[in-house]
Design a protein around this ligand. Structure first.
Ligand code: ADP
Ligand code: MG
Length: 673
């Protein structure tokens, strides 16, 4: 279908543009047409002096006269001209970069200039305006402003999209007729056309509202349909009655008392086990809030009932850590095994055999367990750690088993996401840290003098037998660059900054075995400083690590920084976090200073959300949270309404037989989280 045409075949453009589009995930006509503008601006023509709005962008219409180039005292080229408006008034024009179009322009050509108009030494001046020779998609109307990423500019997008608008008719209508009627929504083709090329401000807002609704509605239908299917299956083969006595015994064995929030969460999970459908719960708790032990306690209840438990971690290192923890927590009668990529083939086969026969009670491993056709005898509970790295498909596999699924995450979940992406799960929040934890002292470090002091402090900490995490950002996804960043930083730290200390490095492109070995040595205190990229795991416990240095911290969202910081301060020792700022940028410094003041992941995520939006908060790329095209997640009203409608439609017709277009869309393979 035409919407699936490849842009590289349809557009007349350069390969640099095509490459950039691909990078933005825009390869087909459909994708480009669904690349929605965030704003619109008016370019109504101003031909009279009195209509000019000073201090704002104006679109002036007049004759361009007396164009000349000038060299500034510093040797830069300027362009100057005069614009004679229709009423005879003259405006100064200045360009700091001379547009190509002026080269062939005759004197007194009619032009349209779009730019900011100000008073300059008593004269009215328009600076650096765009130049257009006729009324086109850019002037004389409302025009769309897109998120830009050079060479893809708003101007470029406006022109190319205008040329594709004849394809909008091919967009299927996925919103049911009754919603369109009740909400008085534009049809999909009209909405797509109007959002790019609006006839009026009102109609643009109407288009945006309708497209935003569709976007969240589709998510709600996907998520809720899965939930309803699950509930309809209404089987809970692993129903376990809540029995407080053995739980109390388990609690007594722990070297600490659970926090109230941990107890509450555990209770909620144990009550889930009693229902007539499998549990599907998301446990959110700040780093260090003690989610693991809650998972073990819940697992123990399933094991007592004769069922198996799986604990899935995103990385081998974390899986190993959980394995070590489980060996400590469970008694000898409970057989715990570890299944990861680096387990030898023979051992793997043995583990799989013993799982099938039910001789293994707990299997701990990486998410890969699921894809390796591992068969359980009676998997009662699957715990998914750091669930944001876990795909829908993997969740679906678990659901097929009818096992209870408890997912754990340190990423805060705003109400809006609880209503959408996580809308099919019950949520528990562990909102307190175990007592005695000290706040991690955090400082933004932006100048040479402080860096020197900071390095001296770190050296002193190493003297006291403490260990240091040194995180550098991943500047590019390509393998080479990732390794290079770490290698360069490692060289600098090991040879120049701390030549007397033992330094090692770790990055995502090393083999799992190598990574494990490095982590293990770090845990054993065999070296002092670990230089790593940001991609490595958040949950690893290194008891003696009390300092974390984060290079180019301005590149990260506050939530992400908070999660990194959670690798230290996991016990009673005072810990320190230094946020290095690469560029001199006061706004960034101010943003980062929230890290000095606030120590709650939730608070920091709110600030992030305000300052940088959803994508940044969740680091879209890694997290699997969809990057919304149009929806505004702070618009709770639309979310709620879309959810209500999704429930209504699904209650009537769970198979969506009456809504083939919607069904096709939600069944499509296009996974967004
Ligand atoms: P996270 O929630 O980040 O996964 P962990 O489960 O790894 O946190 O717990 C962090 C540390 O806190 C572990 O060493 C764990 O043993 C300890 N811990 C957990 N709960 C408590 C508690 N109630 N009191 C004291 N220490 C606790
Ligand atoms: Mg954890």
């Amino acid at each position: 279908m035409s919407l699936n045409f490849l842009l590289k075949n349809v557009l007349r453009t350069t390969s640099a543009h095509v490459k950039k589009l691909d990078g933005l995930g825009l390869s087909t006509v459909r994708e480009l047409l669904e690349y929605f503008p965030r704003k619109i601006e008016s370019t109504d023509l101003v031909g009279n002096f009195l209509e000019i709005r000073l201090g704002e962008k104006n679109t002036l219409s007049g004759k361009l006269c007396d164009f000349r180039k000038e060299k500034t005292p510093r040797g830069k080229m300027l362009g100057r001209a005069a614009l004679v408006l229709d009423d005879g008034a003259t405006i100064d024009v200045i360009w700091f970069q001379i547009p190509y179009i002026l080269r062939n322009l005759r004197d007194e050509s009619r032009v349209f200039l779009v730019g900011k108009v100000d008073r300059n030494f008593g004269k009215i001046q328009i600076s650096n305006p765009e130049v257009h020779l006729d009324k086109n998609v850019h002037v004389g109307r409302l025009r769309a402003i897109y998120p830009e990423s050079p060479p893809i500019t708003s101007k470029w997008l406006r022109e190319k999209i205008a040329g594709l608008l004849m394809f909008v008719k091919d967009f299927p209508e996925i919103l049911p007729e009754e919603i369109l009627a009740e909400k008085n929504f534009l049809k999909k083709p009209a909405a797509v056309k109007q959002i790019h090329h609006p006839d009026s401000g009102e109609i643009w807002y109407a288009a945006k509202k309708r497209l935003a609704f569709e976007e969240v509605f589709e998510i709600q239908v996907r998520v809720l349909r899965e939930k309803f299917f699950r509930e309809q299956a209404a089987k809970n083969p692993f129903r376990v009655k809540f029995d407080p006595e053995p739980v109390k015994k388990d609690l007594k064995k722990l070297p600490f008392e659970l926090t109230t929030a941990q107890k509450k969460t555990l209770f909620q999970i144990l009550k889930d086990f009693e229902l007539d459908r499998p549990a599907h719960r998301l446990v959110q708790g700040d780093v260090g809030s003690g989610k693991t032990v809650v998972a073990f306690l819940a697992g123990a209840a399933q094991i007592r009932a004769g069922n198996q438990v799986a604990i899935l971690a995103p990385t081998e290192i974390l899986a190993q850590q959980h394995f070590a923890g489980a060996l400590k927590f469970f008694d000898e009668e409970t057989r715990v095994e570890l299944l990861t990529g680096s387990v030898p083939a023979k051992k793997k086969e043995e583990i799989k055999k013993n799982l099938r026969t039910g001789q293994i009670q707990i299997l701990i491993g990486t998410h890969a367990i699921l894809t390796e056709n591992t068969v359980f005898k009676n998997l009662g509970l699957a715990v998914v750690d750091e669930q944001h790295r876990f795909g829908v498909r993997q969740r679906a596999i678990l659901a097929e088993n009818h096992a209870h699924v408890v997912a754990m995450t340190a990423t805060p979940i705003p109400r809006t996401l609880a209503l959408t992406v996580y809308g099919d799960q019950d949520i528990s929040v562990i909102d307190e840290l175990p007592p005695g934890r000290k706040k991690i002292i955090t400082r933004v470090v932006a100048d040479e003098k402080t860096i020197t002091l900071c390095n001296r402090f770190i050296d002193d900490q190493i003297e006291k037998k403490r260990q240091i995490f040194w995180v550098c950002p991943l500047i590019d996804e390509s393998d080479k660059i990732e390794a290079k960043n770490v290698h360069d930083e490692y060289d600098r730290i090991a040879q120049i900054v701390f030549p007397k200390r033992n330094v090692e490095f770790l990055h995502g492109k090393m083999k799992p075995k190598e990574k494990n070995a490095v982590m293990q040595r770090f845990k054993n205190r065999e070296f002092d400083i670990l230089v790593s990229t940001s991609v490595i795991e958040v949950g690893v416990d290194i008891p003696d690590a009390t300092v974390m240095v984060i290079e180019n911290s301005e590149r990260f969202g506050l939530s992400q920084l908070h999660q990194f910081r959670g690798r230290i301060g996991r016990n009673e020792m005072q810990s320190y976090c230094f946020l290095m700022v690469g560029k001199k940028d006061d706004a960034q410094k101010t943003r980062l200073q929230s890290m000095e003041k606030f120590h709650s992941g939730h608070k920091l995520s709110e600030i992030d959300l305000e300052l940088r939006g959803m994508g940044e908060l969740y680091g879209v790329r890694q997290s699997g949270i969809p990057d919304f095209k149009c929806a505004d997640l702070s618009d709770v009203e639309t979310l709620q309404s879309a959810r209500d409608w999704a429930v209504k439609i699904l209650k009537e017709d769970l198979s969506l037989e009456k809504f083939p277009a919607l069904r096709k869309k939600v069944d499509s393979d296009e996974t967004f989280f």
